[in-house]
Write a protein that binds this ligand. Structure first.
Ligand code: PLP
Length: 290
C-alpha cells in the first residue's frame, strides 16, 4: 500500500504529493514542524504538541493554519488512510509559496503537510545496554526553542555520531555546557538520584517528552533540578539519558567512548523509562524482551 500524505487540502499517494519549487520551506527553511507519537491509534500528548506548534509559528510571525480541531481531524484521517495504529506523525507548516524574496510575502497561504509512518522505537537492546553518544560543538542558531525545519547543524552532527558508531551527539556550547542532543534533550542523574536537565530557554528545544518526564519524576518522588550541566559533570555522573518523541527515555552509557557510571543503564533512568512507557501506553515489553 502506498503511503498517503496530506498536502494543502489534499490526501495523495506520497510519490505524487508535492509542494511548489517556490515554497518558502524549500528555499528558506521558513517553517516549523512537529513529530508526534501515536500508540493504539491515539496521538499522545497531542495538545502539548499543538501548543508548541502554535508557539513556534507565533515566533515566526505566523498563525496556526487551521484550528486545533481541524488539525486533529487531518491527523486522524492520515492515520486511517495509512492503516496505522502505531505511528510517528509529522506536521510541517511553512510560510507558503511566493517568488523568492527574503521579506515576508503578502497574502501567501501557509503550506501544511502531514505524513505518518511506522514508528521506530529504540531497540530493546539499546534500552538494556544503553547507547553511546559523542560530543560536538553546538553550531546551531540562537533560537533553538523554535522547532524550525532548518536542521542542517543537527543533520551534520547526527551523521558524525552515526559514523562514530553512536546513536546521538550531545552538543556543547561555548562555555562547555551541554545543551541537548540532535533530536533529544540531555539529562544526567546525580549521586543522590536527583535528575538534572537544562532549563527551557532559547538554548534548547523545550521537548514534550522532557516536560512529561519532569512531571512524572515529580509525581513519583524523584528530585528534579533544571540547571545547565557541564560535559565534565556529565562524565562524572552515575547515569545519563536522553528524552525525545523517537528516543523515549533512552539510557546513555558512554560519552566519547568513556563509561557513564559503571557503563550500564542506572535505576533512575530505567524507572523513568518505565514510567514514560506507561504514560504513552507502550508495552513494558520494549524493555523486558531484550
Ligand atoms: N531537542 C531537539 C533538538 C529535538 O529536535 C527534539 C525532537 O525532535 C527534542 C529535543 C525532543 O523533543 P520532543 O520530546 O518534543 O520530541
Amino acid at each position: 500500500m502506498s503511503r498517503i500524505a496530506y498536502v494543502n487540502g489534499r490526501y495523495q499517494p506520497i510519490g505524487r504529493a508535492t509542494v511548489s519549487i517556490e515554497d518558502r520551506g524549500l528555499q528558506f527553511a521558513d517553517g516549523v514542524y512537529e513529530m508526534i507519537k501515536v500508540v493504539d491509534g491515539r496521538p499522545r500528548d497531542l495538545e502539548r504538541h499543538l501548543e508548541r506548534l502554535a508557539r513556534s509559528l507565533h515566533e515566526l510571525g505566523m498563525a496556526m493554519p487551521l484550528t486545533p480541531a481541524a488539525l486533529r481531524l487531518i491527523v486522524a484521517r492520515v492515520l486511517a488512510l495509512n492503516g496505522l495504529g502505531a505511528a510517528a506523525v509529522y506536521i510541517q507548516v511553512d510560510r507558503g509559496v511566493a517568488p523568492r524574496n527574503h521579506a515576508f510575502p503578502k497574502g501567501a497561504k501557509p503550506s501544511l503537510v502531514v505524513t505518518a509512518r511506522r514508528p521506530t522505537w529504540p531497540k530493546p537492546a539499546e534500552i538494556e545496554h544503553g547507547v553511546p553518544v559523542i560530543t560536538l560543538p553546538d553550531w546551531r542558531w540562537a533560537r533553538r526553542d523554535i522547532k524550525s525545519i532548518a536542521l542542517l547543524p543537527n543533520v551534520l552532527a547526527r551523521q558524525k555520531a552515526l559514523e562514530a558508531g553512536c546513536r546521538e551527539a550531545w552538543l556543547i556550547d561555548a562555555a562547555g555546557l551541554v545543551t541537548e542532543a540532535t533530536s533529544a534533550n540531555a539529562w544526567i542523574v546525580l549521586n543522590d538520584g536527583t535528575i538534572v536537565t537544562r532549563p527551557k530557554g532559547p538554548e534548547i528545544l523545550g521537548g514534550i517528552t522532557r516536560a512529561v518526564v519532569l512531571e512524572l519524576a515529580r509525581e513519583n518522588g524523584i528530585e528534579v533540578v533544571e540547571r545547565p550541566f557541564s560535559l565534565d559533570e556529565a562524565r562524572r555522573a552515575p547515569e545519563a539519558f536522553i528524552t525525545g518523541t523517537g528516543s523515549l527515555v533512552l539510557p546513555v552509557t558512554t560519552i566519547d567512548g568513556r563509561k557513564v557510571g559503571d557503563g550500564r543503564p542506572g535505576p533512575t533512568t530505567l524507572r523513568l523509562h518505565d514510567l514514560y512507557l506507561a504514560h504513552c501506553g507502550l508495552p513494558h515489553r520494549l524493555r523486558a524482551t531484550a
